[in-house]
Design a protein around this ligand. Structure first.
Ligand code: SAH
Ligand code: DHB
Ligand code: MG
Length: 219
């Protein structure tokens, strides 16, 4: 039962009932695929989770690191109240262009600000505080992005990081995979940071076996 086929079928079941797609989300996926972007965006169920978490956090300002075609961006930006804002950072101008178009079509062109460039170059130019941060870019820089998230946070800010389990490879201390090393470094950094309370939840579904780390800034 517990194989990838079942994970995917259950993801379909969740998506068709609770985490339903719509025209703007479907079009964002279709145009991202047509433009040749890798299909590594969050699943619909995960996008809905991000949306609900941003709502739970009462987020009026959201920071995303790693835009791709703006799929997670749409889920997140839709959690904002009127007057809310979202900044999303993307290194690849082609990804950013696809995302900008997808966000405009979703009616979020004014709310979501796509900044092109290396995230580590854009982050020092941002004005906080952000109420919610989603980190989902190059995994080797995860710890640095977490550092910036803290710097741009306030007490009560929620920080969510994607792809932190990586098929279980996260527990391999001898790994030479830059992504795994990045995730392990992040984990150590979060674990030893007194200003946050955090946990990691493992996930299965369309995207296979992975996980999210959730950190709440408490002081
Ligand atoms: N959050 C998206 C998926 C992001 S995929 C979603 O779920 O829909 C990761 C993205 O991070 C890619 O588009 C990649 O180009 C971008 N990226 C990689 N390195 C980066 C860097 N140094 N700065 C900013 N973005 C980067
Ligand atoms: C992959 C998945 C992701 O969610 C991501 O942010 C980067 C890469 C992947 O499956 O390769
Ligand atoms: Mg990801």
């Amino acid at each position: 039962m517990s194989d990838r086929f079942v994970w995917s079928a259950v993801d379909d079941f969740i998506t068709s009932s609770l985490a339903r797609s719509d025209e703007a989300l479907d079009a964002a996926l279709a145009d991202s695929a047509a433009a040749g972007l890798p299909a590594i965006q969050v699943s619909a169920a995960q996008g809905k989770l991000l949306h609900l978490l941003a709502k739970l956090a009462g987020a009026r300002s959201i920071l995303e690191v790693g835009t791709l075609g703006g799929y997670s961006t749409i889920w997140l930006a839709r959690a904002l109240p009127p007057g809310g804002r979202l900044v999303t950072l993307e290194i690849d101008p082609k990804h950013a262009a696809v995302a900008t178009k997808n966000l405009e079509r979703a009616g979020l062109g004014v709310v979501a600000d796509v900044r092109v460039g290396k995230a580590l170059d854009s982050l020092p130019k941002l004005d906080g505080p952000f109420d919610f941060v989603f980190i989902d870019a190059d995994k080797g820089n995860n710890a640095a992005y977490f550092e910036w998230a803290l710097r741009l946070a306030r007490v009560g800010t929620a920080i969510v990081i994607d792809n932190v389990v990586r098929d279980g490879k996260v527990i391999d201390a001898a790994s030479t995979d830059a992504n795994v090393i990045g995730v392990r470094k992040l984990n150590e950094r979060v674990a030893t940071e007194a200003r946050v309370s955090a946990t990691t939840i493992q996930t299965v579904g369309h995207k296979g076996y992975d996980g999210f780390t959730f950190a709440l800034v408490t002081s």
